[in-house]
Design a protein around this ligand. Structure first.
Ligand code: C5P
Length: 223
C-alpha cells in the first residue's frame, strides 16, 4: 500500500519527561515538552503504523490514530514499554530521569524548624538500553535520542555503542538553540553506516523525515 506503507507494523514511541515522586505532592522533573516524540508518533500513524505512545506528563493532545499510555515515573515507563512489546520498531524520545528518589515518602514531608530534609537518589532503569539488549523479542529497529550541548556527533556515536540501539537521533539542545520546548530541531542521524547532518527544521518535519527513513528500513524486512 503506497499511501500507508507501515500498515501491519506496530511501533512503540516514548515521549515527554518523567516525574519522579519525592512525596505525595512533590516530584523531580525536567523541561521536556514531549513535542518531538508526539510528532514522531503522529507521523508513523499517518503512514499506517499501529502506534503505542508511552507518554510522561505533557500538555499535549494525543495525536490522531495513536494509542496513548500515560505514565509518570521511569519505572512506570519501562513497565508500559514492556507491556507494549513485541513491536517492529521502538523510538525512545522520552527524557527519562536518570535518578529517582530512593524511597518515596508516603506522607507529605513536613517543614521542621532548623532541619533540612535530604534526598537520596537511586539510579533509574535505562529503558532504551534494556530494550536494545533483549535477546528475545527485540524490535527490528531501536532508535534512541541524544540531547547534547557539545561534541554532538562524538557523544552521539558513543551513545549508539553504549546503548546497543540501531540509530541515534542526536540533537543540539545547547543554550540559545531553543530546542527544549521549542518547535524547531537541528538533528544528526547516526547509524552504523555513518552520520547525516539534517537541516534545522520544524519538529514535525524531523518526525516526517524520520518516519520516511523508518519506512525505507522496513521495505527490506519481512513482517
Ligand atoms: O543517556 P541519555 O539519557 O542521554 O540517553 C538518551 C536516550 O536514552 C533517549 O533515547 C532516552 O529516551 C533514552 N533513555 C531511556 N531510559 C533512561 C535514560 C535514557 O530510555 N533511563
Amino acid at each position: 500500500n503506497a499511501e500507508k506503507p507501515l500498515r501491519g507494523r506496530k511501533m512503540l514511541v516514548t515521549a515527554g519527561p518523567t516525574h519522579e515522586p519525592i512525596d505525595p505532592v512533590r516530584y523531580i522533573a525536567n523541561r521536556s515538552s514531549g513535542k518531538q516524540g508526539y510528532a514522531i508518533a503522529a507521523a508513523l500513524a499517518d503512514l499506517g503504523a499501529e502506534v503505542v505512545l508511552v507518554s510522561g506528563p505533557t500538555r499535549l493532545d494525543s495525536p490522531r490514530g495513536v494509542t496513548r499510555q500515560n505514565v509518570e515515573s521511569a519505572n512506570d515507563m519501562l513497565a508500559a514499554c514492556e507491556a507494549a512489546l513485541p513491536v517492529d520498531a521502538a523510538i525512545f524520545a522520552a527524557a527519562v530521569a536518570d535518578w529517582r528518589v530512593a524511597s518515596e515518602a508516603d506522607q507529605k514531608i513536613k517543614k521542621k524548624e532548623g532541619r533540612l530534609p535530604s534526598l537520596s537518589l537511586a539510579e533509574n532503569p535505562d529503558i532504551l538500553a534494556t530494550v536494545s539488549a533483549l535477546t528475545q523479542g527485540r524490535p527490528a529497529l531501536v532508535v534512541g535520542f541524544a540531547a547534547e550541548t557539545e561534541a554532538i556527533i562524538e557523544n552521539g556515536k558513543a551513545k549508539l555503542a553504549r546503548k546497543g540501539c540501531d540509530w541515534i537521533v542526536a540533537n543540539d539542545v545547547g543554550t540559545g538553540t531553543g530546542t527544549f520546548g521549542g518547535d524547531e530541531n537541528h538533528v544528526f542521524l547516526l547509524t552504523r553506516e555513518g552520520v547525516e547532518d539534517w537541516p534545522k527544521q520544524s519538529k514535525d518535519a524531523v518526525a516526517r523525515d524520520l518516519a520516511a527513513r523508518i519506512t525505507t528500513f522496513f521495505q527490506g524486512v519481512d513482517v
